[in-house]
Design a protein around this ligand. Structure first.
Ligand code: DOR
Ligand code: ZN
Length: 350
């Protein structure tokens, strides 16, 4: 595919001297350039072993930090495991990289309050991920009893100001797969927030106008959402266009065009409640192209360009930087990056 896109081309390790904040494109003759604060990825799967080594530089070359998902085999359920995983990521980073992995814990029915205290004290664990058991890749050890067994842990997370990151889908096979996010909001998220209004929640990879409305209806600073490039660019037709397209299969699954449009409007509106989370989820090719393929779209090499394309097409390039680089750290209470990245519009082949 050949496309004319804003391609990340340079990272400034510190602000260039006499830097002036760009208002959208700097149209310099044939070169169209945009310089923004270096983005972070607030939802990323780096895996481990050979796969980790193969993919990490694609994130590290564009993003300053990333929230690293814990759904390994076995999952990262303890601070000790998160520390070990972090070391293995740092070990395979390019030597000149400043990329910082922000670790997460995988919530189970047996996670203890003490584990949350340990996680907070570690200084390297930034959130806890809720996978409803059976919802997606490596979620079999996930949560089965959120309002029962997990409640004390959730209360401790409120105490520790530790965000809960949510895979927002019910797992009941009788619920239509396209309705699972909406039903999750109604049956899990709304009651959860009523019960624990001070819990910080990130609804990950939102896919519906229902999720947009829900996030917008909550108290700012407590509930936010990440948005992937694929849910901004594709609708469910992309799964079947010209034949079954396994590389467009992820969870939550792509939805109708009205939902895609609602998500584009939300992120390009300038709202602080939405921020960049690629959900880049690499799988080996034979696990995607087979009779029962895995869910997950690997997008980290192109994600930033794809987000820029969405904002450009919506006439909202002036809102891109807040989405990619401000709203996430502000929600997590972390400093914004100081480095900047330059995007240059060019024709390129994926
Ligand atoms: O499509 C997905 N892939 N969705 C998820 O929630 C998990 C991810 C993965 O780990 O492969
Ligand atoms: Zn994910």
């Amino acid at each position: 595919m050949i496309n004319s896109l804003l391609l990340p081309c340079k990272v400034f390790k510190f602000p260039p001297k006499k830097f002036e904040r760009p208002k959208g494109f700097q149209n310099k003759g044939p070169k169209m350039e945009l310089t923004i604060t270096q983005p972070d990825d607030w939802h990323l799967h780096l895996r481990d072993g050979d796969l980790l080594e193969a993919v990490v530089s694609h994130s590290a070359s564009h993003f300053g930090r990333a929230i690293v998902m814990p759904n390994l085999k076995p999952p990262v359920t303890s601070t000790a495991a998160a520390l070990t995983y972090r070391e293995s990521i740092l070990k395979v980073l390019p030597t000149d990289s400043n990329f910082t992995p922000l670790m997460t814990l995988y919530l189970t029915d047996t996670t203890s309050r003490d584990e949350i205290k340990l996680a907070r004290r570690s200084g390297v664990v930034y959130a806890v991920k809720l996978y409803p058991a059976g919802a997606t890749t490596n979620s079999q050890d996930g949560v089965r009893d959120l309002f029962g067994k997990c409640l004390p842990v959730l209360e401790e997370m409120v105490e520790q100001n530790m965000p809960l990151l949510v895979h927002g889908e019910v797992t009941d096979p009788n619920i239509d797969i396209f309705d699972r996010e909406k039903v999750f909001i109604e049956t899990v998220l709304e009651p959860l927030i009523q019960q624990l209004p001070r819990l910080k929640v990130v609804m990950e990879h939102i896919t519906t106008m229902d999720a947009v409305r829900f996030v917008e209806s909550c108290k700012e600073g407590y509930v936010a959402a990440t948005v992937t490039p694929q849910h901004l660019l594709l609708n469910r037709n992309s799964l079947f266009q010209g034949g079954l397209q396994p590389h467009n299969y992820c969870l939550p699954v792509l939805k109708r065009e009205i939902h895609r449009k609602a998500i584009v409007s939300a992120v390009t509106s300038g709202s602080k409640r939405f921020f960049l989370g690629t959900d880049s989820a690499p799988h080996e090719r034979q696990r995607k192209e087979c009779s029962c393929g895995c869910a997950g779209i690997y997008n980290s090499p192109v994600a930033l360009s794809l987000y820029a394309k969405v904002f450009e097409e919506a006439g909202a390039l002036d809102k891109l930087e807040a989405f990619t680089s401000f709203n996430g750290p502000d929600f997590y209470g972390l400093p914004r990056n100081i480095s900047r990245i330059k995007l240059r519009k060019t024709s390129w082949k994926l």
